[in-house]
Design a protein around this ligand. Sequence first.
Ligand code: F6P
Length: 596
Amino acid sequence: MTIPAAARPVSDDGTVVIVAHRGPHDFVWEAGQWVAKASTNGLVSMIEPLARQPNVAWFCCVSEPPGSESERDALYTTANDQTDSDLNVVPVPLPAGIYHEYYGVISNEILWRLHHHLVNQFGYAQLDQKTHRAWDSYLEANRRLAEAIRATEIPVRAFLIQDYHLYPLAEMLRRHFPETPILHFIHIPFPEPAILKLLPKAWRETLLRGLLGCNVIGLQTAADVRSFLACCQEILGATVDLHRSTVILSSGRTVRVRAFPASIDPKALKTLQQSAETAEARQQLASSMGELSIIRVDRLDPSKNQIIGFNAFERLLDLHPQLIGHVRFLAFLIPSRTDLTVYLAYRDAVYREIERINSRFSQTCGFNPIEVFYTSDRTQALAAMESCDVFLVNSGKDGMNLFVKEWALVSHKPGVLVVSETVGVALETRALSLQVCALDVEGIAKAFAEALFMPADARSAWLSPLRANIEKWTAHDWLVAQLRELEITLPEPAPFPAHLKPATQKGVVEWELRVLNKEGIHARPAAAFVRCARSFLCEIEIIKGGTSFSAKSILSVLTANLNRDTHFILRASGVDATAAAEQIRQLLESFEHEEG
Ligand code: F6P
């Protein structure tokens, strides 16, 4: 396998390899079509600054290109969507079926929901034959990722693995990289043993053993650390040192388990806040904010508990009718995992509830008291955070919730945070917010009232220390603390060196090629052609007569009917596109020489 130029080390220390299920871009529905766009995901925002460094490569999973344009509705990005000229991204394509089972079924339908204590309605309800098959794909995706990394032959200085999609990866990498430091950071809450036991024995043991392939396991909070250690003790029967927060393996190796609370980049946030886009959003939103406003910003996901939040708002209006017509609830709901039926069902349930509440109050109010913005518009949400009275997060469980940290930095009305105790950030905001039980409609309604009636100086007295705390522990500190734990120092922030930026980084290479041999690309040459194409990470297409054929499928290459003297365009997209085009050009020449 060719080493992607961007991932080649510029010093002898080797490359820091980040491995995440996500690349830097999302595939979103915008203006009537799917487009790849810089992601607003919290995980992405935290690893991106490191991925800009010269000695860092970011491996991520992508789907192989779908067979037709209409299949793009499957939401998954391909290698082409993840190319970025500023980042050293190495996309690893997985067949679309494996991708769906590894990500959609096991990661999202099962692990995500279990980690967020979502069992039964809108949650993890049962495992059937389909899920058992999907489990094999979850393992296969991790295996392919480990193999793709090994095959690059990059000298690796350390691995930084992200999240629940890749639990088995550390153990797999350990086989090829016995001495390399590995840290796996889990962005979501870690379940207690009783919850993890809702997974079959073999699965839960594989997940825990996979993680123990690391030197360090990073979690959001001290509570998550306790849960992880308890799982190792109770499920694996491993020796755990609670005092040192370590797991001692039978081989004698020790795994350190640490809390690294996730955070944000205040400077980047400030820049965004001062941008023309935010100014425009501010203007557009002004009329929706009204006298008093409660807002929420989260993915439309059952774990976020949106319905309870709306019920609490309804109860607030019943408890304090003098507020009717003076207070609004603005919900900025980010579309998420719309490929999963349960997410669509939850979305419908949310909309039904909003409609019911609006129809009760709209006449007296003269407007709909609840307004939904179903979009992933960061600047719009930021503008609302600035001038809201109440910021609500009532997730049943949440790893950290970075929106709270963003709100605290930009709120200037000032506002008050109403947050459920089961959200990671609740620990950091204790005594500086109104803390509620996620499911307690009555309690949340009363917290709304308390917040709305709270005078501005009391609100500021909470907000100022909250802000100061966030500025003291930023996304940069989160990262440095992990590297320090691995005894690695972060290279000084530097622009990605121009001499290392291959022409292909932006993505696409198109070469006009001609078939030179008498036999054409049929039978044996076709098989060699496909083998060669498959040895590259980039997507490779043959464009002939305006039609595109995948160069990685034998059937497709044969269908392209590449006879002697046929001219075609070889289009390669991805980090190693130029190398792939060059290799295929040479291969076409070698066919001619072999035939003599
Ligand atoms: O912010 C990080 C996170 O909570 C991840 O755990 C998860 O990857 C993501 O947000 C949301 O899910 P998805 O990646 O499926 O959109």
